[in-house]
Structure formats: C-alpha cells, structure tokens
Design a binder for this molecule. Sequence first.
Ligand SMILES: C=CC1=C(C)c2cc3[nH]c(cc4nc(cc5[nH]c(cc1n2)c(C)c5CCC(=O)O)C(CCC(=O)O)=C4C)c(C)c3C=C
Ligand code: FE2
Length: 431
Amino acid sequence: MTDQSLPETRAPEADAGAASDTSGGAAREGISRRRLLGTAGATGLVLGAAGGAAGYAAAPAPATPLTSLGGSEAMFHGKHQPGITSPMQAVGHLVAFDLAAGAGRREAAALLRRWSETARRLMAGEPAGSGDTGVAGDAGPSSLTVTFGFGYSFFGRTGLEARRPAALAPLPDFSADRLDASRSDGDLWVQIGADDALVAFHALRAIQRDAGKAARVRWQMNGFNRSPGATAHPMTTRNLMGQIDGTRNPKPADTDFATKVFVPQDGSPAWMAHGSYAVVRRIRMLLDDWEKLSVTAQEHVIGRRKSDGAPLSGGGETTPMDLEKTDGSGKPVVPINAHARITRPDQNGGAALLRRPFSYHDGMDADGTPDAGLLFVCWQADPLRGFVPVQRKLDRGDALSRYIRHESSGLFAVPGGAAEGEYVGQRLLEG
Ligand SMILES: C=CC1=C(C)c2cc3[nH]c(cc4nc(cc5[nH]c(cc1n2)c(C)c5CCC(=O)O)C(CCC(=O)O)=C4C)c(C)c3C=C
Ligand SMILES: [Fe+2]
C-alpha cells in the first residue's frame, strides 16, 4: 500500500493562485479545493473552504464566503480515514448499526464494500449510484466525510473474536453515568459530517439504504457546529454553554500528534495500523441550571474566560495556564476542580485525546427542560491512555459535572484508511 497520508490537492485551474489557504494543513488533512458545481463554479469563489469550524483538529484557515462551502472536498482514500483530523463540519450524523440476525462475516464484508464505494463517490461529489435520491444533486461535496468503526459486539457476531483489539474492552462504569443502553454501543458505527445539511442527510440516507437486509439502525444522533465563515475571523468554536471549546486539542503539527491519536504502523492488531479509537458520549447539558450562573461562576467551573477562552491566570486563549498563580487571599486563580485544569495531560499521567464533537438539540422534555448538549467524540490511539484516565478524574470531582449528564456511550475501533481499490476494514474481514 502506498503512503496516501498526503493526498494530492485537487485545485482546479480557475482556483489556481486564488486559494489563499494559510493553514498549511488542508492537504495534510485530506481536504482539497474543488470547482463549485453549477453556476457559481467559474468565478474563483473556492477560497480556503477547508477552514471549517476551526479550533479542534485543524489549524485556522482564512474566513471564507459561504458560497465556497460546497466546493471543499475531503479525500476518502488515505492512510487514515477521513473525519478524524478533518476540520469540524457544520452538520453531523452519528449512527450505530447492528448486524441483522443471520448476517455474519461475509455479509459484513459485502456491506463495508458497499459503504466504502458510496462514501468514496459522495465525498467526491458524485451520485451515490443508480438509486441516488437526488437530494444533494445540485451541491458540491461540501467537506463531506464518512467514517466507519467496529464495536465490541461486531467481533462475536462475525466469528472474529480472535481479532478483537484489546483496546476495545468495554469502558469502565463511571459513578456519574446515566447511560441508556438502547442508545449506546452497536456492532458498527458511522460518523457523517458535512458543511451542508442536505449533503449530510443525503449521505446518511445512502448509508442506511446500503445497509439493506444486512444491518439495521440501532441508534442515530444528529448534531451541528458553527458554519464555516460565520465569524469575522477563524476562531475556536463554542459549545451550547457558550464556552470556547477545543483550544487545547492536540494539533496535527505537534510532533507527538500521531502517537496520541493513531495506532502505529506496527501496532496490534495489525489490521488496526493507522487506525484510531473513537469514544462517543451523548452528554446532556443541564442548561437551565448552567444559565442561572453568573459569567464569573461559569468561568470558575471551567477555569477559562467565557469571552475569549483565556485561562483565568491571564493572557489570551493560547497563553499557557499558570496552575500556581494565587489571588490576594492565597487561593488558586484557576480553581482546583476547574474542568480545564483537571483534564490537562500533565494532571493525568500524559493522557491525551483529540476532541471532535458536535452539539445537539433534540427539542424539549415534557417537563420543559431542553434536551441539548454535546455529542462528545474523542479520538485516541488507546482509550486506556486517553478517555478512560481523564474521565476517571472528571468522575471524582469536576466542577462541570453538576451541569452535565452522560446519557449514552460507545467505543469503536476505526481502522486505517482504505487504499485505492480497497474498502474500509478489508484487512480485518479478509485478512
Ligand atoms: C473525558 C474527557 C472529557 C469530557 C467528557 C469532556 C466534556 C466536556 N468538556 C467541556 C468543555 C470544555 N472542555 C475543555 C477542555 C478539555 N476537556 C477535556 C476532556 C473532556 N471534556 C480535555 C482533555 C480538555 C483539554 C485539557 C488541556 O489539555 O488543557 C474546555 C477548555 C478549552 C479547551 O481546551 O478546549 C472546555 C470549555 C464540556 C462542555 C463538556 C461536556 C459537555
Ligand atoms: Fe472538556
């Protein structure tokens, strides 16, 4: 397999010289520029569309006119699957499937082959195939990514227990968990992200239709992020509590980024080389309680300023947090149980993870409380060196825990990217 970690950027002639992408990360993340489809295509509008909701996985890119959104294309083939280091998109669908009764390894292999071909086509802005619904007919690829993962139960269903990664062992129970089993886990997991809602829905529907009789939807969650170009300048996105969220994510340019996020080439099991593990948690925000707090109180819960995300010890968003700094009475200015203090790798034996969430809002409960929060998705080379130690710490005494509730959970092995002509998971299913 050739190293496809640096896919060629597709820059149409009309865009040459116009793409003022200062991120330097677009090609690295597998994002290319693509001529806009339809009437907007010829005017050189495709400028830095990879900016996405900057602040999580990608370096900021220049602010872009919304009209360029459709032209941005992420690469399906590559060393890693798309949707991990790709810039966060405006719309997301997370879906878990269970294999149907009687479906085993053969049916699963055929399904992954179908899904991979559909994902490849749609990410390139092509129709899904002969039965295309036409929903995204006039849109460009809009940074669509489709990412596939395997849950613990998949291996039992397909007789592949011997190949189940040790890292996929069920997550431990946490005392604050209030998990709904029907919205947790699953044999297969698909993450869809796009900067256009119709493009994302179109992909979701194609993936559901491809499942045919082989698998059925176990649960589905729909999320969103800020749309690229919505702010005057690229900035880290905000969550539904209003906080700037994503500042201290590992950056692809960090020397140890790959070690933290991806299974190494010679990692175990071999079929997971260049893959990653996704922890998915539906975390409800108790917004009625949160919004009653003063801004100062909210800032003490997190340990950072609400306006600009700067640490309470001073400076700007990216200024290192001074954990030792005290106020006049000798109290730490960043409270001991502040969320951004206790989640730091240096407070957790080096544990690190790449957060790439979507916000969600599923309406109101009967009692009038909003069902809204974070579809927390984090990526790591090993959950025991990422999510688990950090969540253990949070479970013991995070100031934020009074204002959130973990309602569902999943852990998925996401294999490396498919080479040209391969499908995702082929090395597991045919190796
Ligand atoms: C187990 C891991 C984590 C969960 C669950 C989690 C939930 C959660 N976080 C916020 C808001 C913020 N988190 C911030 C930082 C931060 N959070 C985690 C981990 C989990 N968060 C880490 C590893 C970090 C970075 C720590 C560091 O390296 O310094 C911040 C501060 C800004 C930032 O760095 O992103 C905010 C804000 C919410 C609302 C939430 C659940 C709903
Ligand atoms: Fe956090």
